[in-house]
Design a protein. Structure first.
Length: 276
């Protein structure tokens, strides 16, 4: 990263190399200086570090208990024995013969049972961890916007100023509702370019009755294991998390405002994405 990149966000390669301690000292120092002034990159580094640590513990945390393996082994062994009972001689049907299923050794059944339990456990952990990591990242970023030192990259109540600023900075586009279409006592304050789950996102800042609201807009993923497609908790640490989707976007709102007021704001953003 050269000198004129000091205000730019870290790319995934830089972030991973920094966390793993693989950068030269000068590069490591430049990134550390960048992190002292960039909330978004600091949150990404924190989330990635937590994910690496949790992944390292996953195997131990979700090891199948011996009782479960014993029950599965006994059940599969019983099925194996029933299949190994003497069967009538195969009947000739022209040149085609009926064939008995091959008998699987009990040890193989035990290994298969262990593999099934481990696979299910890891899948459950992955979905749980992704959901909670994403919720924590959303809340962390919202709390960062409440800091007195946080200054939006775009400070404007005019949607015609905020929306064009994102052109060329995001791989997707979105619409903003006109001020008259917003719920009562709701005001657009500004916006930031941020990263959510390693992907670029628009962070829109609103106020509702003097309550701060963070709206995250991301490109909708079609991957069934994407954390943004896994249901987020509706509340966390006293804050409401509201999600909605359009054909192209995922909208996530975070605030301590009355949930019904937050719903109305999200609904107005969804409506703004509808074709005219």
């Amino acid at each position: 990263m050269n000198q004129n990149q000091s205000t730019e966000h870290l790319d995934p390669d830089q972030l991973n190399a920094y966390i793993d301690g693989e950068l030269p000292p000068a590069e490591q120092q430049r990134i550390e200086q960048h992190l002292t002034t960039c909330h978004a990159c600091t949150l990404r580094v924190l989330a990635a570090t937590k994910l690496k640590a949790a992944t390292a513990r996953a195997g131990q945390r979700f090891t199948a208990p011996p009782e479960a393996l014993a029950r599965l082994t006994a059940q599969l062994h019983s099925q194996s024995q029933s299949q190994s009972q003497p069967q009538p001689e195969p009947k000739k049907t022209g040149r085609i013969y009926s064939i008995r299923p091959a008998t699987i050794h009990p040890a193989a059944w035990a290994a298969l049972a262990a593999a099934i339990v481990l696979a299910v456990s890891l899948l459950t952990w992955r979905q749980f961890h992704q959901t909670n990591t994403l919720a924590a990242e959303l809340l962390d970023q919202h709390l960062a916007t409440l800091s007195s030192a946080a200054t939006p990259q775009v400070i404007s109540t005019d949607r015609h100023t905020v929306k064009p600023w994102f052109q060329g900075r995001l791989p997707f586009s979105f619409n903003l509702p006109d001020a008259a279409a917003l719920p009562p006592d709701t005001t657009l304050k500004g916006a930031d370019l941020t990263y959510l789950n390693g992907q670029p996102a628009a962070l829109l800042l609103f106020t509702i009755h003097k309550h701060e609201v963070s709206i995250f807009l991301t490109q909708r993923s079609t991957s069934p294991t994407s954390p943004t497609l896994i249901a987020l908790p509706t509340t966390r640490a006293g804050f409401t998390l509201h999600t909605a989707t359009t054909p192209d976007l995922r909208i996530i709102a975070v605030s301590d405002v009355n949930p019904s007021d937050l719903d109305h704001l999200v609904a107005s953003l969804v409506q703004a994405q509808s074709p005219l």
